[in-house]
Design a protein around this ligand. Sequence first.
Ligand SMILES: *[C@@H]1O[C@H](CO)[C@@H](O)[C@H](O)[C@H]1NC(C)=O
Ligand SMILES: *[C@@H]1O[C@H](CO)[C@@H](O)[C@H](O)[C@H]1NC(C)=O
Ligand SMILES: *[C@@H]1O[C@H](CO)[C@@H](O)[C@H](O)[C@H]1NC(C)=O
Length: 351
Amino acid sequence: MGVGYSCLVLVSIFVICPWMCLGKYMSSVEKCNVYKGSWVFDNSYPLYNSSACPHIGKEFDCQKYGRPDHQYLKYRWQPSECDLPRFDAQDFLKRFEGKKIMFIGDSVSLNQWQSLTCLLHAAVPTSIKLHTHDFSVSTFLFQDYGVSVKVFHSVYLVDIEEEQIGRVLKLDSLKNGKIWKDNDIVIFNTWLWWYRRGPKQPWDYIQDGEKILKDMDRMVAFQKGLTTWANWVNSEVDTNKTKVFFQGISPSHYHGKDWNEPEVNNCSKETQPVSGSTYPAGLPQAAYVLKDVLKKITKPVHLLDITTLSQLRKDAHPSSYNGFKGMDCTHWCVAGLPDTWNQLLYAALIG
Ligand SMILES: *[C@@H]1O[C@H](CO)[C@@H](O)[C@H](O)[C@H]1NC(C)=O
Ligand SMILES: *[C@@H]1O[C@H](CO)[C@@H](O)[C@H](O)[C@H]1NC(C)=O
Ligand SMILES: *[C@@H]1O[C@H](CO)[C@@H](O)[C@H](O)[C@H]1NC(C)=O
């Protein structure tokens, strides 16, 4: 009966799906969804001592700026249906010898970049060299392996241009692609800045097709900018040479009602993750918009689907333990949660 039933399911899938679709179905049953799971305490974590990692930005170095608790360093992500490989820095460097890896996006990309450089540095502390080329690119070179790990600062991926009327955010222009596609592994991200207003908004007008606007629905703008990026991947990136990732929407923790503590309005008192595998508030709308856009890309693009697992980590932000002393429940301590993002990146690369 059981066998007959699965057979029937398989046969109907064969009938309904063309073979491409079957391929997709097969790989999704073979491989478990590593983004579904929960956080477990593991005393063998963290994977490195942050005080030994050079150049951690003052926005991320929580231990240096006096964070008194350590438990947030000791959680490991446990997928419900399989195990993740432990991050093996030596293996990573050997596998990607001579390769160029680039994170492209806002300060959340910087956050993941710093974590990866710390993870790799812990394995080969003598071989690291930092170059800061200009405002947009910084590179850590692991000289013994010729592996470069770069970050390219671009908060929207699409362009902002100075014109006579002022700074124009151009939803259908993406001019840095030539630099980006010259790498072997690229990890994109954009989200944090799409709702910025007032003095922190880095543009005066927004251009949508031929229309120049003072403002527009920001979620629609995000969707359009992201679609420009998706079209660029489809038409310009040789994914046989360059592996493309998108870092999912990274959540912040300023609204305690999201995790059933309605009186809380920041992350300052949080020292433990939300237990279990579901987050009370569910996914933000941006995560759905992102998935819709990614579906339209015909080339292989891997989504690092970090939203839910990061939502559970209300304890992993710097709060006031940073070089600015401001309350930050948006970025993440290094060492900390971004190490898991990189562990997932590693798992996807070797899987
Ligand atoms: C990290 O290194 C610092 C400086 O060497 C040391 O004081 C501290 O105890 C270390 N922390 C851990 C968790 O090993
Ligand atoms: C990528 O590799 C596949 C398989 O080898 C090949 O069919 C395809 O034409 C290649 N694509 C490009 C853009 O080179
Ligand atoms: C953070 O929340 C605490 C209480 O949970 C409150 O006392 C403090 O004023 C808040 N800090 C900021 C900067 O909002």
